[in-house]
Write a protein that binds this ligand. Structure first.
Ligand SMILES: Nc1ncnc2c1ncn2[C@@H]1O[C@H](COP(=O)(O)OP(=O)(O)OP(=O)(O)O)[C@@H](O)[C@H]1O
Length: 747
């Protein structure tokens, strides 16, 4: 037996011990789960719903332990003080409370990612355990203390690169996986970054920005559990397909209470995925819209041109422009949003109107006394004419109803534009009343909702109820715990109570947050953040007033015309000097053989790309296939087949909309319909066909790019789209073209 075999056997014994403990905990939680299900206290309806919440809690815990029951351990850390820690996906303790496994997010695990030979930070040895299920198949040591180099107790490799290279070269599944076992030092620094404000992660393609952002979210949830448990974490990413691509990462790290939304879904009840044409998107995305919308709403607080006649049970009075003006001034002086200030407007108008009414009754010699005033006011408030008249002056709106009528009127648009926008720009906003909402509309709807104001009395009542419920939760939790054995501290009464609290109305925190436009999250992660318009940033900032953000993106990949050229210009309207910018420099996705072409294209078109160093050279040269225009689709399909055979992996065909249907039809007959997906939601199919914009943030084993020149020329930021397309493959790339290739892209 070699020393390496001995070490593997030693690690295997340790792993067996940890897994035995995990199995034991699963069995114990299952018993506790059964006790809760059969609990005697669950006799009333309320107790039954609480019992279900507890059961869900145990199910989540059991689910988490099961999910790590064959990949819990991946590292070992030996310190100069002779202490030794095993690092894994979760923390595991013996029944006596001795720590067997340290959660990768715990402070004790930080050195596993950060120690270097130059700065060992008290670490002698970092060991990566290469496992297949529960079996240790290899070990890889980073010896950080020169004295250990000669000892034959340790494996010869000095770097953690083996595990990393194995991870980055693996076939893609169509879903992103976690990277906890191979997080690199520059990434770990960002994941554990202590800033409480906004952290921008800038980096070229494939540098792990998305992976790092998601691991940072998991780290935040672990480190600030108490705060974030009640406020939640929001992840914003460009498309549903992209969210699907990343949806498994956080659950694999044991985190489920996270809300994921695309910018087009930020306002509950609206689901937009289409973009406006460039010049319209630019206007809709500009901050001038805040002033325009403010004016538009003010314009709907109207003074009638002439007195309005009112019939109050046969008594004729008028609502005068003067009275309305005074009531409007009073309402506006409250500084409250339109729908909420309307209460003041109505009260103030009725107060004036009741004077008129009393005067008229006196004139008509109809007897009334001072104590009748309340009744007279009531008569006015419930009178049909009065209601109609007041609504004409100050109508309550929903954001959608306001937006529909505002954007459908060119006159209103031009009037609201005032000095903030040209009439031409204002007219670009014109749309028919029944037009579908676009992604660019959503930030405007959010702004309008804010200006109109949500009625918060229901939320207030809800909060009072929640407080009362919290007290009874704790009592119930203690009762349940007294009946079941929780002596190992796996679950505490407070945790159980929080669980019931979070689900009291049958909805999880994530469900509640997603349904509430005014929800403020504890932390927000924004991916592909370079695409967001200033108005979209404004909507997001509103959702986290403390500005606790992780913002990831690459300004060189900006495709949207209203997106960012620089982080400074994008964020300065919202964050004074609080954004902290960190850079990532190593490309874990795209081999250098492919990156060379992407860099050359970027240089030829003046893109200010962030230089990255690829971890792999790659096995396949980029293939350039010239074809007559008429054979473009056919050649594309041949290439897709060739790359699928070459890499035995997933292939994406990236082309403009014009070719999409033909390529899709051809691919379906070549590969079979079930094997082919359209757009970013189809990424877990063997072959997916989409536009370069849809491919943003995604990756594939192989990529075929169709007609790069057309992509380049398709819009003002076409070069960025082509750059994104070139950086999507992990193994192989083919470029199929008719006519000329774009400058910078040559065989
Ligand atoms: N430390 C790591 N260990 C293993 N794999 C990694 C590591 N860092 C990144 N990766 C992998 O590299 C690939 C690229 O990562 P990711 O998508 O997060 O990059 P990105 O910077 O967001 O890319 P882009 O901006 O081009 O969309 C993913 O497959 C990710 O899992």
């Amino acid at each position: 037996m070699t020393s390496s075999d001995e070490q593997i056997a030693l690690e295997q014994r340790y792993c067996d011990r940890v897994y035995a403990r995990i199995d034991e905990q699963i069995a114990r939680l299952e018993t506790q789960h059964s006790s809760v299900i059969g609990a005697q206290t669950a006799s009333t309806h309320q107790n039954r719903s609480e019992r279900d919440s507890f059961a869900t809690f145990y199910e989540d815990r059991i689910g988490l332990l099961r999910s790590v029951s064959s990949n819990a351990i991946f590292g070992r850390l030996d310190r100069s003080d002779a202490s030794r820690h095993y690092i894994g996906r979760i923390g595991v303790f013996t029944a006596e409370g001795t720590q067997l496994l340290v959660d990768w997010r715990a402070p004790a695990a930080a050195a596993f990612y950060q120690a270097t030979p130059k700065c060992p930070g008290g670490v002698r040895l970092r060991r990566h355990l290469v496992t297949s299920g529960r079996t240790v198949v290899d070990i890889e040591d980073d010896v950080l203390d020169g004295s250990l180099l000669d000892s034959d107790e340790h494996h010869s490799s000095l770097q953690g690169e083996g595990a990393l290279l194995a991870a980055v070269s693996a076939k893609r599944t169509g879903r992103m996986g976690d990277i906890v076992a191979t997080i690199q030092a520059e990434q770990d620094r960002i994941i554990r970054h202590e800033t409480r404000g906004a952290l921008v992660v800038q980096g070229g393609p494939g540098t792990g920005k998305t992976a790092v952002a998601l691991h940072r979210a998991a780290y935040q949830l672990y480190t600030h559990r108490k705060r974030l448990e009640h406020s939640g974490v929001l992840i914003v990413a460009p498309t549903r397909g992209f969210l699907r691509y990343i949806e498994r990462v956080l659950p694999s790290l044991g985190e489920t209470g996270v809300v994921t939304l695309t910018p087009g879904e930020l306002v509950p009840g609206v689901r937009a995925d289409k973009r406006d044409r460039e010049e319209v998107a630019r206007v809709k995305g500009s901050l001038a819209m805040t002033k325009v919308l403010r004016r538009a709403i003010k314009a709907r607080q109207q003074i009638p041109k002439a007195p309005i006649d009112l019939n109050i049970d046969g008594v004729h009075i008028t609502l005068t422009p003067k009275d309305v003006r005074a009531a409007r001034a009073e309402a506006r002086a409250t500084g409250r949003p339109h729908n909420l200030a309307r209460t003041t407007f109505v009260r103030a108008a009725l107060e004036r109107l009741v004077e008129t009414y009393c005067a008229e009754l006196t004139r008509l010699e109809r007897p009334w006394a001072e104590e009748d005033r309340a009744d007279l006011l009531h008569d006015l408030r419930t009178n049909h004419d009065v209601k109609v008249a007041l609504n004409r002056c100050w109508l309550p709106y929903s954001p959608q109803s306001f937006a529909r009528s505002f954007f459908a009127s060119k006159d209103r648009l031009v009037h609201a534009a005032g000095e903030h926008m040209s009439a031409r720009e204002a007219k670009l906003l014109h749309r028919s009343k029944d037009a579908e909402w676009t992604v660019d509309d959503v930030a405007l709807l959010d702004e309008i909702a804010e200006l109109l104001g949500d009625d918060d009395s229901a939320a207030q009542r809800e909060q009072d109820k929640a407080r009362a419920a919290e007290r009874s939760n704790l009592e119930y939790a203690e009762k349940v715990l007294s009946m079941i054995d929780s002596s190992e501290g796996i679950v505490s009464a407070a945790e159980l109570a929080a669980q019931v609290g979070a689900r009291r109305d049958g909805r999880s925190l994530a469900e509640k947050a997603a349904a509430d436009r005014a929800w403020t999250y504890g932390h927000i992660v924004v991916d592909e953040a370079q695409e967001l318009s200033p108005m979209m940033w404004r909507a997001l900032m509103r959702r986290n007033p403390t500005k606790s953000f992780t913002i990831v993106g690459d300004v060189a990949q900006t495709s949207s015309i209203s997106g960012a050229d620089s982080w400074d210009s994008a964020l300065s309207p919202f964050i004074d000097d609080r954004a902290c910018i960190e850079e990532l420099t190593v490309n874990y996705r795209t081999p250098s053989r492919i990156m060379r072409h992407a860099s050359s294209l970027a240089a030829a078109h003046g893109l200010s790309v962030t230089e990255v160093r690829s971890v792999r050279n790659g096995e396949h040269d980029v293939r350039f296939i010239e074809a007559p225009e008429a054979d473009l689709v056919e050649k594309t399909l041949v290439e897709a087949r060739t790359l699928a055979d070459l890499t035995r992996g997933r292939v994406a065909i990236l082309c403009l909309d014009d070719h999409l249907d033909a390529v899709l039809a051809g691919a379906s007959s070549l590969f079979g319909e079930a094997a082919v997906g359209r757009g970013s939601v189809g990424i877990d199919r063997e072959v997916s066909v989409m536009t370069p914009t849809d491919a943003k943030g995604l990756e594939f084993d192989a990529v075929v790019i169709v007609q790069p020149r057309e992509i380049l020329e398709s819009h003002a930021r076409g070069a960025n789209d082509l750059y994104v397309a070139l950086t999507r493959p992990t193994q192989a790339l083919s470029v199929v073209y008719a006519g000329d290739l774009p400058a910078g892209l040559q065989p």
